[in-house]
Design a binder for this molecule. Structure first.
Ligand code: FAD
Ligand code: DLZ
Ligand code: SF4
Length: 511
């Protein structure tokens, strides 16, 4: 009897578990562009276009390899507009009673698949280097989970950058060398791909169906197939890797990409594989074309952070996105959707995000994430924003980064302390402050609160609001003590000036 093989928009790998367990002579592949996915949050139009174009090309690739593919286009009048609905429709068409699927990286979809009245065979997603079992075995019995130890385990398991049992160069981690600013530096830009006929058709569809965005659809220059994704990565290997570590945390107004590789959207969609990228990076180092700190820094992001956070997401379960350890409830300010702001850093990162569906790690963590945390924005609203606006965002990777690393809403599962800073950090790592309506040197009580950098005002107010929680945190205790050593007048000024900023946010005024 025929079986349906479900391939989701981020499962575009020929070796994905559902396909690996199926038989092209007997089984039928189901792929579907549906509103339930495209509009599950306010998705950036570039993300929707990338997903649909990559899905269409992958479907053609499967057909060329001998599979029968039933592909539902968004504008097909028969399309039921949900994944379960399309499975039922295709089951009725083909007489199939069983579905082979690969675990989705989103609990909402996971639950929806389980509820489909067909016999479901859900396979673990084998595209990760650490299976659920490997992560669980590593985590079991540990009082505290930390990425660094998991990463070392992954280095040993994969043999990447190892000399026998020892890390290459004698050190596991060269992060301390990766904190340089980039003012005055010039970086080679990423490749830009001219949309072909398939992509142009998708762009017309997305433009017509999602005329109000969010985000800007064109120019659209992402790769939409494996060959393009490999070309982008190869270009970066030659031009970006040698300096990757050095300026990883830097931010520049005129360059949103700096030396970053821009492959997360392809990797997360399934067009690239994590191990092939790491092996290529290691080969560059072994050939003497890239320094060890660059190669190690890159490999750590992929076999360390990416795998670790996915393990945490799975382990913490379906309610993880709803955590709110700090009890934050403020609405997401309109400036996150492009409303005017006097804050040059937020303006630059949000502007770039709406233009490109991309921002690099430190922009996400230390600008938009930092501000949301300091201002006490509802973490679920922050999560929905990140899930929507970035082309690489899928729940399994976005939620642990946002709820865990960025918003400390999980109470410290991912981060040992909240990632918050005053304006000084942004000033050190970027050129944003020079063109800002605020003065990064002014703190609470120094001149009018209207001119002092909001990060400076909100930073100490945040520490004060959460002093009881952070007093016992070894990495925060010193900061809490610094606040408590300030005079009561000064503390009152901090509270008053921060309250004025927050009141402006609540009133929907420009900040
Ligand atoms: P590079 O800087 O060139 O790094 C190489 C690769 O390392 C990335 O492509 C990515 O696959 C991996 N990587 C690096 N850091 C992380 C990390 N923290 N978690 C997972 N993988 C990592 N990444 C996503 O892929 N999807 C998301 O939805 C996402 N949301 C984020 C939200 C916040 C608040 C923060 C702080 C980070 C988030 N990240 C997310 C991680 C990181 O910002 C992106 O992976 C990175 O910016 C992608 O750009 P790149 O390919 O140029 O990365
Ligand atoms: C991101 C996305 C979008 C925008 N649209 C679709 C879609 O129409 N059909 C589909 O199969 N997948 C889509 N995706 C990717 C899914 O949302 C993805 O499978 C989940 O985020 C699980 O990780
Ligand atoms: Fe951002 Fe403050 Fe610098 Fe302005 S002064 S760019 S708000 S950090």
């Amino acid at each position: 009897m025929v079986r349906l093989v479900l391939v989701l928009g981020d499962q575009l790998s020929e070796g994905v578990a559902a396909l690996a367990g199926a038989d092209p002579a007997r089984d039928v592949v189901v792929m579907a562009e549906v509103m339930a996915e495209a509009a599950s949050v306010r998705h950036h139009v570039k993300k929707i276009a990338f997903t649909f174009a990559a899905m269409r090309k992958f479907a053609a690739r499967l057909e060329a390899a001998g599979w029968r593919v039933l592909y539902s286009r968004l504008d097909d009048p028969a399309n039921s507009q949900s994944i379960p609905g399309e499975l039922l429709r295709r089951a009725a068409e083909t007489g199939a009673g069983e579905v082979l699927a690969t675990e989705p990286g989103d609990w909402r979809l996971y639950r929806a698949l389980e509820a489909v009245p067909l016999r479901l065979h859900l396979r673990e997603d084998g595209r990760f280097l650490a299976s659920h079992r490997v992560f669980e075995d590593w985590a079991a019995g540990r009082r505290q989970l930390r990425m660094e130890y998991f990463y070392r385990e992954m280095r040993r398991r994969t043999g990447l950058l190892m000399e026998g049992d020892e890390p290459a160069g004698g050190q596991w981690n060269y992060d301390a060398e990766n904190r340089k600013a980039a003012v005055g530096k010039v970086f080679v830009p990423p490749l830009r791909f001219e949309p072909d006929e398939v992509t142009r058709e998708v762009l017309a569809l997305v433009g017509a169906r999602f005329p109000d965005g969010p985000g800007r659809l064109e120019p659209f220059w992402f790769a939409t197939d494996r060959e393009g994704a490999l070309a982008q990565f190869g270009h970066w290997l030659a031009t970006g890797l040698p300096r990757f570590g050095d300026h990883q945390d830097a931010m520049l107004r005129g360059d949103g990409f700096l030396g970053h590789s821009l492959i997360s959207l392809y990797l997360n969609a399934g067009l690239l594989e994590p191990l092939e990228l790491c092996r290529a990076v290691e080969a560059e180092w072994r050939a003497g074309r890239a320094p060890l700190n660059a190669a190690e820094g890159y490999v750590r992001q992929i076999i360390g952070w990416r795998e670790y956070l996915r393990g945490i997401w799975w382990r913490e379960g379906p309610d993880y996105a709803r955590r709110n350890a700090l009890g934050h409830g403020r609405a997401l300010p309109a400036m996150y959707w492009g409303a005017p702001t006097r804050m040059a850093c937020i303006g630059a990162v949000v502007g770039q995000t709406l233009e490109e569906a991309y921002a690099h790690h430190i922009q996400r963590l230390m600008v938009t994430g930092n501000f949301a945390l300091l201002a006490g924005i509802d973490p679920f609203a922050v999560h929905e924003w990140y899930l929507g606006v970035y082309a690489d965002a899928h729940e399994w990777v976005e939620v642990p980064n946002v709820i865990g690393m960025s918003q400390f809403a999980d109470g410290g599962v991912v981060a040992s302390k909240p990632y918050v800073s005053s304006g000084a950090y942004i000033d050190r790592m970027s050129d944003y402050c020079g063109s800002c309506g605020y003065d990064v040197r002014l703190k609470a009580g120094e001149g009018a609160g209207e001119r002092a950098c909001p990060f400076n005002l909100l930073y100490w107010d945040f520490v004060g609001r959460h002093a009881a929680r952070f007093r016992d945190n070894p990495r925060m205790a010193q900061i809490v003590r610094s606040l408590e050593r300030m005079s009561s007048d000064r503390q009152a000024t901090i509270r008053a000036e921060a309250a004025a900023v927050l009141a402006r946010l609540d009133a929907g005024e420009t900040v």
